[in-house]
Design a protein around this ligand. Structure first.
Ligand SMILES: Nc1ncnc2c1ncn2[C@@H]1O[C@H](COP(=O)(O)OP(=O)(O)OP(=O)(O)O)[C@@H](O)[C@H]1O
Ligand SMILES: [Mg+2]
Length: 422
């Protein structure tokens, strides 16, 4: 591009240029043409970046443009002709990851980031600096172009602080989550004890029956022993004794497994077996209250991968709630329908439907909250459904409730066949 063309550009926007208010140092003069020199000075003066020309021999500031005055806070008369060291930070304690501007930065051409410069008020500014060392006649000068990055730096720092705060918040959330899980585990354990209390009457009844048999047959065997011809009868008695003992053994083994803290005992489980098992101990209570249990089991329901004792706890909770709802309706008899179906190849659906009191609109949103109960003091702890919810959510299963006041309630559970791949 010719000189003429350059001048043309300057001519096109002459009004925007602030006239240079101080003459350039003589060695910066590159032309004898006054007009051109004036325009070059105006360009220097109005540059977007702060420019300082430093006389390296005298270590003085030879020229400063408007942005440089803005950056340093000095008037031109206070800075031009004065030592450049007035811009060097005096305090040795500089912000982290930064260096103070020093003479060494000005003596060779180069580029520096995150330098700290001290302004007239003694405040620090973060700058990036580009230095070009020039020989002009006998003078050795450094043309220093500064860019103020203080705002950007402050934002960066704020971002780092915010990031730290966010991390801390995340860590405390993780901690709260772990505590929540631990609390749920405890709830499940205490829920087991509560369920055990529920089952105590059933257990006593179930064990008493085979025990009566064991005792009776043993007594009969004893009475038979003197009569040698009745060996056949002794055999029958002993067989009954063994049968009764086996039944008691089965109940005791089941109880033991149920009460064991076994959160990791996962296996492939037939959901019907688990439902049947949970009803065994409640059967007597249902009979004595005139509650009929109808099982409508689907024929193609796949097995599910879960901890059978936890699932049993879910069904015991639902069955006891249905029992209580029917009982407090005071309508005499009632019925519970337990339905299973293959919802899809990957989901098993289980429904517990009763014709009890139903749940009020207001209570419906709270029933899964721990300690929410509408039962009288000493009857319900309000833990059954929250434990149920906890157990099911670990299996990635859902539970919803449909209910109509004075008509009944239906709980619908959808359990993935294998929660690990869900
Ligand atoms: N089948 C149902 N019919 C009517 N109301 C129900 C039914 N199931 C649950 N509820 C309501 O939900 C509440 C909470 O049930 P949840 O099983 O969590 O606690 P609870 O039965 O009161 O006490 P807990 O189970 O600890 O012995 C019950 O108090 C009852 O009001
Ligand atoms: Mg309950």
């Amino acid at each position: 591009m010719s000189k003429k063309a350059k001048i043309k550009i300057a001519e096109r926007a002459p009004l925007k240029l602030v006239p240079a208010v101080a003459p350039m140092p003589p060695f910066v003069r590159v032309t004898k043409n006054e007009k051109v020199a004036e325009q070059l000075e105006a360009l220097f003066e109005n540059a977007n970046d702060a420019i300082l020309v430093v006389d390296l021999k005298k270590k003085e500031i030879a020229a400063a443009n408007l942005q440089a005055l803005e950056l340093t806070g000095y008037l031109r008369s206070e800075i031009v002709g004065d030592s450049v060291s007035k811009l060097f930070p005096t305090n040795r304690e500089l912000p982290e990851h930064s260096q103070g501007l020093a003479l060494t930065h000005l003596e060779n051409s180069g580029f520096f980031e995150d330098l700290v410069l001290q302004n007239k008020d003694g405040m620090y500014r973060f700058v990036s600096l580009s230095v070009k060392v020039l020989s002009l006649g006998r003078n050795h000068v450094a043309m220093c172009i500064f860019r103020d990055v203080t705002e950007k730096k402050n934002m960066e720092r704020e971002l780092i602080t915010k990031h730290g705060e966010l991390r801390n918040a995340y860590l405390s959330l993780e901690k709260a989550n772990a505590e929540h899980r631990a609390m749920q585990d405890t709830l499940v354990e205490s829920g087991k004890l509560a369920a055990l209390g529920e089952l105590a009457a059933g257990i006593a009844h179930e064990l008493n029956q085979p025990l009566t048999g064991v005792k009776g047959f043993a007594q009969e065997a004893l009475a038979t022993i003197p009569n040698e011809k009745k060996l056949e009868s002794i055999k029958t008695c002993l067989e009954e004794v063994v049968k009764g003992a086996e039944k008691m053994e089965r109940i005791i083994t089941h109880l033991r497994k149920f009460t064991r803290k076994s959160t990791e005992d996962f296996e492939w489980v037939d959901v019907h077996e688990v439902i049947d098992e949970s009803l065994v101990m409640l059967a007597k209570q249902f009979r004595s209250r005139g509650i009929e249990v109808i099982r409508e089991y689907g024929s193609d329901v796949p097995k599910i991968y879960c901890n059978p004792f936890q699932l049993e706890q879910v069904f015991i909770n639902l069955a006891t709630n249905a029992r209580d709802a029917i009982e407090s309706k005071r309508a005499g008899r009632g019925k519970i329908v337990i339905r299973t179906l293959r919802h899809s190849s990957k989901i098993v659906e289980v429904q517990f439907e009763d014709d009890g009191t139903g749940i009020t609109e207001a209570a419906r949103s709270k029933i899964f909250n721990p300690f929410f109960t509408t039962k009288e003091v000493g009857k319900g702890m309000g833990l059954g459904l929250s434990i149920t919810h906890g157990i099911l959510s670990r299996l990635h299963a859902s539970i919803i409730v449909e209910s109509q006041l004075n008509v009944g309630t239906k709980f619908v559970i959808k359990v993935p066949v294998d929660y690990r791949g869900h």
